[in-house]
Design a protein around this ligand. Sequence first.
Ligand SMILES: [Fe+2]
Length: 275
Amino acid sequence: MGIIRGAGLGLREPHIEEILDHLPPVPWFEVLADNYLGIGGRPRDRLFEIRAHYPVVFHSVGMNLGSVDPLDEDYLDRLLELRAELQPEWISDHFCWTAARGRHHHDLLPLPCTEEVIAHLCERVSRVQDRLGERMLLENASAYVAFRDSECSEWEFVREVAERADCFLLLDINNIYVNSYNFGFDPREYLEAIPRERVKQIHLAGFSDERTHLIDTHGADVSADVWRLYRDSVELLGAVPACVERDSNIPAFDVIFDEARRAQQVMLEETGGAS
Ligand SMILES: [Fe+2]
């Protein structure tokens, strides 16, 4: 996994032309695999062109790991087909559920932190990892409701699943910050509880401030508080490959490339260049 290093970017359609024209020195891109499953023609061709110039990782939103619906084997087949063609360094999905009884909600919905859910997630992650033939990454999601049934903190839940399913983690620093604000916990305590050797990737993104709560919109610049928490994460976890995500109000390419360069700078300052 050594070729994914430093600060990359989430690949977004409005930037692809510019990237292919100028080949900016982005160390790697994260590809939203779901956008390319079963898709042919020009979008797919351009993705292959990107891949010819850059290493990539896959990010997936369709595994529906927390649901009690059967695992979608057809979805996994299509993901494996795309993986065979593009050779990403790894594949990630989320601690969440996205569909129930076959109905898709197009959102990353939260899970109660209970022993029952931990066991359920671990079993499904293990089955997916068997299909992939490798360990996957699971990402912590943002949330706006908590469950009375929860038996442990979110960070204990995340750590327990990672250890028992023997998977890696994609730690979203913005999501930790958003949840710490919405539910009133210390985000540094979350970071300190995460096993360093499990974290293979970091996400950075922006939120919208609704005063009573924060919403993880991916539609704004990374906030000053999230930059501070990111610096804490580098201090605690080392220079884990990080990528900036933007999904709405998508600015010019240089704006998010500047954020990636800032993340790279934080890595350098906190680790002296070690990774
Ligand atoms: Fe994320």
